[in-house]
Design a protein around this ligand. Sequence first.
Ligand code: AQP
Length: 359
Amino acid sequence: MTAFHNRVFSGVQPTGNLHLGNYLGAVSRWVPLQDQMETIFCVVDLHAITAGFPDPATLRHATREVTAAYLAAGIDASKSIIFNQSQVREHAELAWIFNCVARMGWLNRMTQFKEKAGKNKENASVGLFAYPNLMAADILAYRATHVPVGDDQKQHLELTRDIAAKFNNDFAASIKELGLGVPNPTPSPETPEQVYFPLTEPMIAGPATRIMSLRDGTKKMSKSDPSDLSRINLTDDADAISKKIKKAKTDPDALPSETDGLKDRPEADNLVGIYAALAGMTKQDVLGEYGGQQFSAFKPALSDLAVAKLSPMTDEMRRLMGDQAEIDKVLKDGAERASAIAEPILKDVRRIVGFLELR
Ligand code: AQP
């Protein structure tokens, strides 16, 4: 190999219904990438057990539902690899090696762990703490070069780069001796000439990198928020979508005509961002149309747009969920194709680290 092969990896946890944030921040942005690079999309079920084991039947259902959402959103199983993480053993194996590469201090800085563990840190699972190492393994088991995600994953992607860089440095001699490296695309006096893992590029862009809760514009829209009114689920029907947008928290002022006027107005900023992302416009374009209008006029327009965009997807998800065999076939085929990439990479990694292989 003379250079890293451009390859996209991303995933969503099957921890509940997918919401508008997952769709706009991640899945919808994956669709055009399918025609630009090799794409791998994973349903990350090993991550779904880090905050407590869900009921097994619920986990199986959610795994199929996330797969149905991928397909309904336009991920094409003939172009992309779609699979569930637990079926490719290399993720867990590489995560263990990365547990020994990453430093406690690095993980102690992860804000998502602090938020999810809350005050009861001592009672959080070790898996929740080591979650970012598994995420690094998910990406690097494919030597993926690009990862499209929402803004909340930025810190985890920086950690992935740190892990890749430390592995490349620590094992520079072994990588060179075995002839398994790629010329370092960003050479410097401190880094080796040959590296094994790429420093993955985060792809975080557009008007919807962080969709906020409909009830509180300072909190991220999230599957685990106890209030269902805080999010639009991809399984919501038109009535539910309209009701949630109608009840969405706002301030009493009219919409501004310039994006500067959205500063310090988190709820207004969020609704304008959602409109922009759904319509494929910029926030400034949306304000060009709605600036000066009250939320009583803007909310019905947003509601109509959301229903028009999401309903066909919801219908397709429902159809797919009625055909479990079709979903399982996609996942099985995807797992085989994913394994075919990850197995030789882990074989290399075992050799680089020095594990004695006798078969
Ligand atoms: N609110 C959001 N706005 C934009 N993007 C978002 N993502 C999540 N929430 C938003 C992006 O969706 C992808 C999958 O996320 P995940 O399911 O793996 O985990 P998460 O980020 O922890 O999502 P949730 O909804 O908050 O789940 P819970 O409540 O289970 O923790 C990622 O690309 C993420 O950036």
